[in-house]
Design a protein around this ligand. Sequence first.
Ligand code: 5RP
Length: 219
Amino acid sequence: MTSDEMKEAAALAALDCIPDGAIVGVGTGSTVNFFIDALGGMRSRIAGALSSSRASTERMTRLGITVLDLNSVESIPVYVDGADEVTPQLHMIKGGGGALTGEKIVAAMSRTFVCIADEGKKKEVLGAFPLPVEVIPLARAHVAREMVALGGRPVLREGFVSDYGNVILDVHGLRIADPVELEGRINQIAGVVTNGIFARRPADLLLLGTRTGVVRTPA
Ligand code: 5RP
């Protein structure tokens, strides 16, 4: 089974988590693209979607899914998104696709966060994947120095501008023993928009595509 097949299996399993008539939160990335494509086939059963990125909005619009304005909605029953790393506690690193800010906002508005991923994303400890940090351009060098002080090696994501006009520092070399603490600490640095640790609002359910089928955590 390829990693794409595992991603697709996890994405299709997430369809069972969508209540009829719901507004569905939709993440970003190659795993979520499988979910969006399947959601297009049941668009008449949902009230619409909240999107975490321009890329997902464009894909959903092409499929005829109604994408609602985030500011017109108070909360949503379910948010479906991928991850770059996910632990047994359902803490995640996200933002490999650069959509971490929109993802964090839609996740915060959701009552249930369903993480869909292939088995290669499952880690005991976060940090092998470089941590994305979205930064106001003016603060790039300052935030980079602060990340060095935290023990990381920040690398500017070349040629990338976020949906909100910001840059991303990918921070290598962090071994994230306390994700809740580090998420808060990085977000306190002046000029940081948000960082890709999703631990203060972790996933509620992980659907992990594996060679032997989709594994649910918690079971
Ligand atoms: C985008 C994300 C994605 O969820 C994460 O990068 C996983 O992507 P993929 O499903 O393509 O492996 O956080 O900002």
